[in-house]
Design a protein. Structure first.
Length: 316
């Protein structure tokens, strides 16, 4: 099959072995796939991953134990737990110590014509959600996860630090639930585009007060220190950034100001699917370009351009 393969750099192959279906898993023909910051960090050495990247996708089921699923349009939760450990039994397969993760850990991903995932990971896409929206389900689910981890008072001051693709989706998710987040960033054109989506924005360097909750979506190690400085005493810092590089951090302000720190990663797909189907979120204005799979190297370069929000791959 055709695929983009990461082995120190991303290259296109037309002869990569197609996935073999095992009992309990489905084979999905990928239609659209997204490129996110985690994918770019993998290319820089994060997780030492080698294989097919990509975990944001929409596709159609080719083969499955469940005959009713064949031909249906689906998205898929990316963590495949063992199903037997304490985490899996508690419904937290995303934290299974023996899990594989689509396009990230031990499992080839979505930058290919086909992928394999457990049947239990697949979610049907409503008919009124087109492919260009459905491909946003995974990152939107991660954004909605914040609301399942943190109880946010309606009058809380909320700051999303970072004006990239993740920051934009986090802000849109919060806005769709009736909150009024402020998005702080460094790129004037990006902030202007977010304003056109109805979001309130500010240039990061002009921030002069603190917030009840700050979500770090900067994608850079220095973002943590900046985010800490913007949380009021006894406030909450939500960490969304993952980076390949390590960093030295000063934990003293967290102790002195009694700041709660919440790591936030993947989320349930249902809130994202519901929001897209109901029209509460439409992130399509964030799409800057769509590349054919064969042009994957150029697509990755475009996604790494800080002026761009979302870059997609058209697979079939």
């Amino acid at each position: 099959m055709r695929a983009l393969v990461l082995d120190r750099e991303v290259t296109f192959r037309s002869d990569f072995p197609a996935p073999t279906r095992v009992p309990g898993e489905s084979i999905v023909d990928v239609v659209r796939a997204g490129i996110c910051a985690t994918d770019l960090e993998l290319a820089r050495g994060y997780m030492n991953y080698r294989g097919i990247p990509g975990h944001e996708f929409v596709g159609r089921v080719r083969a499955s134990d469940q005959g009713s699923m064949i031909g249906r349009r689906v998205v898929g939760e990316i963590n495949a737990g063992c199903g037997r450990c304490e985490s899996c039994r508690a419904g937290l397969g995303r934290h299974c110590a023996n899990r594989t993760v689509l396009g990230i850990l031990g499992r080839n991903g979505a930058w290919a014509e086909q992928l394999a995932l457990p049947d239990a990971n697949l979610r049907l896409v409503p008919d009124n959600v087109p492919d260009e929206l459905a491909v946003f389900v995974e990152p939107l689910a991660a954004a909605f996860e914040i609301l399942e981890q943190v109880q946010i008072p309606r009058n809380a001051g909320l700051l999303v630090l970072g004006d990239g693709r993740l920051g934009a989706l986090v802000a849109l998710a919060l806005q769709s639930e009736g909150y009024l987040p402020l998005v702080a960033g460094r790129h004037r054109e990006k902030l202007a585009r977010l304003q056109r989506l109805g979001l309130e924005t500010i240039t990061e360097g002009t921030l002069d007060h603190q917030f009840d909750l700050v979500v770090d979506c900067t994608g850079r190690n220095a973002g943590f220190e900046r985010a800490v400085s913007l949380v009021r005493p006894r406030g909450t810092l939500v960490l969304k950034s993952t980076t390949a590089a390590s960093a030295a951090i000063n934990l003293a302000p967290l102790v002195v100001n009694e700041i709660s720190v919440v790591g936030s990663r993947c989320g349930r797909f249902e809130p994202a699917l519901d929001a897209l189907a109901a029209g509460r979120i439409d992130p399509r204005p964030l799409i800057d370009a769509t590349f054919a799979l064969e042009d994957g190297a150029a697509a990755v370069r475009a996604a790494a351009n800080p002026e761009n929000f979302k870059v997609l791959l058209s697979v079939s």
